[in-house]
Design a binder for this molecule. Structure first.
Ligand SMILES: Nc1ncnc2c1ncn2[C@@H]1O[C@H](COP(=O)(O)OP(=O)(O)O)[C@@H](O)[C@H]1O
Ligand SMILES: [Mg+2]
Length: 288
């Protein structure tokens, strides 16, 4: 990967993260969803792939009375109010709720993109609620993988280079990072698209790149923000099936979604309203 492209990539990743904080979507000029022409399901490589391994007893996420308030002139906007929840290692859960209910704020907290006003966030047992920016970004880089609604791929980088971005960001040497990126591309069924640019891919393929990139640093936690939101229903189902595949291999996933079908396929749904959790998802299992 060329040095200037890498530097550009790091810059763009910072912008992506900043945009996520601001709730801005950049679809890289995709012009909306495209009809899929991708291989269905995961490649056989999935079976041998090393994924974040679950110790089924662990709480990966524990929020304790977490609140986030924004000051708007003289008013306080209570975007999150005393939210307590736990997500165990190996779970796949959904966060649902109407617009303005606090889902993005919750995602920002879970993704260590912002700090709570009060309350505690234990990520894998470590309190990250009070960390300084540089420590927070280290945690984000090494422990969390992000999957975006509009993919947020870097247009000038190929499939394999896009997947390599977090590895570069995490300081992995290029010799090993290329190998890892190729493995991940194969895992998501893009082994024959390594040198394609995002513009040469369908929407579903782009999201597969996004998913491969999210796993690059073998994160503890995958956060997906409306991962099927820009896709037609068939493509969305393929992407969901890929997420299920990761989950079945031990990944811990939190999916923010408006789609009841997507939520219904998760083990638990955290329902949000007006900054609060309104169901007792803590103990309620929809399935398994
Ligand atoms: N940076 C911010 N400054 C002020 N208010 C904000 C900010 N971010 C979100 N809010 C407010 O917090 C509430 C929850 O927003 P958000 O988390 O974006 O909800 P959702 O993602 O469910 O649509 C809304 O009332 C929103 O206007
Ligand atoms: Mg939102």
């Amino acid at each position: 990967m060329q040095k200037d492209l890498i530097e550009n990539a790091v810059g763009v990743v910072s912008i992506i993260i900043r945009n996520l904080e601001l709730g801005i979507n950049d679809n890289n000029g995709n012009g909306g969803p495209q009809i899929l022409q991708i291989p269905g399901g995961c490649s056989p490589a999935t079976r041998n792939q090393q994924l974040p391994i679950s110790n089924m007893q662990n709480n990966i996420v524990e929020l304790q009375d977490l609140s986030k308030f924004y000051q708007m002139g003289g008013t306080t906007v209570k975007a999150l109010r005393d939210v307590s929840m736990t997500v165990r290692s190996g779970e796949m859960v959904a966060v649902m709720g109407p617009s303005g209910s606090g889902k993005s704020t919750m995602l920002n907290m879970l993704g260590c993109l912002d700090r709570p006003t009060r309350g505690r966030y234990l990520l894998d047992g470590n309190d990250v609620s009070g960390l300084e920016d540089n420590r927070l970004s280290e945690v984000r880089c090494s422990k969390i993988g992000f999957i975006f609604q509009s993919y947020n791929l870097i247009p000038q980088l190929t499939v394999v280079e896009n997947i390599e971005v977090p590895l570069f960001y995490g300081g992995a040497p290029e010799s090993t990072s290329r190998e890892r990126a190729v493995e991940l591309a194969e895992l998501v069924g893009l082994g024959k698209r390594l040198s394609h640019l995002p513009v040469q891919l369908s929407g579903g393929e782009r999201q597969r790149v996004g998913i491969a990139r999210s796993m690059a640093n073998n994160p503890l936690l995958l956060l997906a923000d409306e991962p099927t939101g820009n896709l037609d229903s068939k493509t969305g189902a393929d992407i969901l099936s890929l997420l299920h595949d990761l989950h079945n291999h031990g990944a811990t996933l939190i999916v923010v979604t408006h789609d009841k079908n997507v939520g219904g396929q998760c083990q638990r749904i955290f329902q949000m309203s007006d900054g609060c959790l309104t169901n007792n998802a803590k103990n309620h299992y929809i399935q398994g």
